[in-house]
Each structure stands twice: as C-alpha cells, then as structure tokens.
Write a protein that binds this ligand. Structure first.
Ligand code: GTR
Length: 336
C-alpha cells in the first residue's frame, strides 16, 4: 500500500513537472530542455534502449541541442494515459504498442489482427514499406506524429492453471488483455473471459488470482517476471502487433524542417539497432524462462485457433482503407 502510494506520488511529481514544462513557449522547446520520452518497459528493454540510441544520435548530430530524456518503467503512467498526454503535448515522444491506439485510429487495428503476418520477415516488410507509412501517417489526425515501428515478436498465452493446446483449454480462464476492444474480442472468440488492465498490474493480479493468465511475447513475459507466477506458456503466436514510436504534434511543430528530417532519420536508424537488440533479447528471455522450469508447449493444430479468430477480421475491418491495407499486406510476397 505504502509502495503504491509512493509510486502514485512520484508519478504526480513527474507529471506536475511535465505540465510546468509544457507551458514553455514552443520556440524555447528545443533549446531549453531534452525531449521527454515515455515507455512502459524498464531501462534495459530493447524499445527503451533504441530510443536512447536515437537520443545519442540526435545529440551527436546537433552538438547536444536535441536530446532525449527517457521516463521508463511506466513512470508517467499506463500506455493509454501517456498517449493522451502526448496528444496534448505534455510528453514529446512515446513508445507504445499499437493496441492502445486501436480505439483512436482504425488503421492501427490492421497490424494487430490475429494471424495476419506469416513471419517476422513479412511483418518487417509490411511495416518498412507502404502499408507501414500509411499507418504512421494516419496518426497525425490524432495529434501524434508516427516516426517508426519497432519489432514486437509474437504474443502467446501464459497462465497459472494448465497448458493450452486447443481453444477448449481456454474455457473459463480470465485473461488479462491490453486496453483494446480487438483484444477483448479475440479472447472471447476463444471462449475465455477478457480483463483489460495496464501491464504494471499484471504480476500482482496473476499472483492474487484476479486473472488466470495473460498473453505476451518472450521478453515481456520475462521482463515483468510473470513467468514466476504463470507457469504455463503455450505458443499460440496469435499476434505480431508492432510497437510504434510517436511524437507529439506540438513538439514536432516546434522543430525546424531540418530538425524534423533529423528526427525522422534517427528514428529510422534506431529501428535497425532495435532489431539487433530484439533478436538477442528474445533468445535471452527464452533461455531464462526455460531454465526456470516453465512448462512451454507448441500448439499441434493451430488451425483450431485461426478458425475461431476468423470472424474477428470481419468484425474489425470495416472501412475501405482498412480493407485495402489488409489486402496489400496479405498479398505481399516475402520469404519466410
Ligand atoms: C508489451 C509491449 C508493451 C505493452 C505490453 C502490454 O509486449 O511492448 O508496449 O503493450 O506488451 O501487454 O501491455
């Protein structure tokens, strides 16, 4: 309780500081302070290190005029809240998953669809190419400038009760999801109950039985130490939804055109750096989880899951633009 209170107070403290900072005149923004960046993950996580790398590149190329200060580990709140703050300009840079953007921008639903990408290469090609550009650009209407996507890996289910081999094994399980109707629908389609909650609350909720399970990639299952309490990890690999780095429109518009180019350039450069870190981190997390004795199982008949989730596509892909994006991504020819 005391710990919780302390964390609320320290978040208030940080947010109060940000609010004071956001009253700075726009033209003073770049010269007077570092860009404030939020991430839900701890400081050693690949997304955080990638944004730190972008900050190093920016500082090196501008003699320290453009810099990034990172508030990692959900210091500024859950992703949904930090996105709102970013949209009104209280946070300059924010690395989030696409899920909390699903209710804000319908195009972000597309890469979040279950079983959309056939491989990591397929995901990378789609996001590095025209489909990715269209999605990043769609965020401007919401006062967010989409800078780049980062790799995500694959989300699979973990729980405290039993291995999942077929959707029947999910019946009655309470599964934590991100704040997104799409994720709620996915869990329901598999016959389980969905409980949306911020990432920071998952460990405790698993330990106390508030939820029976959750779904995430190897690094997040590891990093949040969820594997200590949820000892079954079943490799459904149902979603490969990417991470995204956005800048507040307010900060973006305070930059000169040359600085905007530099921000875009360094963000893109941070993607390759992140991918190296990511691939390494997936292997490390996997090794740590396996050596901790977690029961990990492959799914023999994945089609049982894909069939159950098929109606989700019809339910969430409604606009012509979404449909075109889906068709463009599905028809991409890429090696495995
Ligand atoms: C992680 C992702 C976070 C957040 C988290 C969650 O894998 O990197 O941005 O979406 O999952 O489940 O809340």
């Amino acid at each position: 309780m005391i710990k919780q209170y302390a964390s609320i107070m320290s978040r208030r403290h940080v947010l109060a500081g940000l609010a004071a900072g956001s009253s700075l005149a726009a033209c003073d923004m770049q010269s007077s302070r570092a860009m404030r960046a939020a991430d839900t993950h701890p400081i050693d996580y690949p997304t955080v290190r990638a944004v730190a790398h972008m900050g190093d590149l920016l500082a090196a190329r501008t003699g320290g005029r453009l810099r990034i200060k990172i508030y990692a580990g959900s210091q500024l709140g859950a992703e949904r809240d930090t996105l709102e703050i970013t949209a009104f300009g209280g946070i300059d840079l924010n690395r989030v998953n696409l899920a909390p953007l699903n209710s804000i921008e319908p195009l972000t639903i597309v890469p979040s669809l279950p079983f959309l990408f056939r491989s990591k290469q397929h995901m990378r090609s789609a996001l590095d190419g025209a489909p990715g550009r269209v999605i990043l650009d769609s965020l401007a209407a919401h006062d967010l400038i989409g800078l780049c996507f980062y790799d995500f890996g694959e989300r699979s289910f973990y729980n405290t009760q039993r291995p999942i081999n077929t959707p029947d094994d999910m019946a009655g399980l309470k599964i934590r999801v991100q704040n997104s109707d799409l994720y709620v629908a996915m869990i329901k389609a598999l016959g389980a109950d969905a409980t949306p909650m911020p990432l920071g609350e998952v460990y405790q909720s698993l330990a106390q039985g508030v939820v029976d399970g959750a779904e995430n990639n190897w690094p997040s299952y590891d990093s949040g130490r969820h594997f200590e309490v949820a000892r079954y990890y079943s490799l459904t690999r149902h979603v490969m939804a990417p991470e995204v780095l956005v800048m507040s429109r307010r900060y973006w518009e305070s930059l000169t055109a040359d600085d905007q180019d530099l921000v875009r350039e360094t963000a893109i450069e941070s993607v390759n750096y992140m991918r190296l870190l990511w691939d390494e981190r997936v292997e490390k997390s996997k090794a740590r989880i396996l050596s901790a004795g977690v029961a990990v199982n492959e799914i023999t008949d994945l089609s049982l899951f894909t069939k159950k989730m098929e109606p989700i596509w019809q339910q969430f892909v409604k606009t012509d633009l979404q449909k075109k994006l889906v068709a463009d991504i599905v028809s991409m020819e890429v090696g495995l």
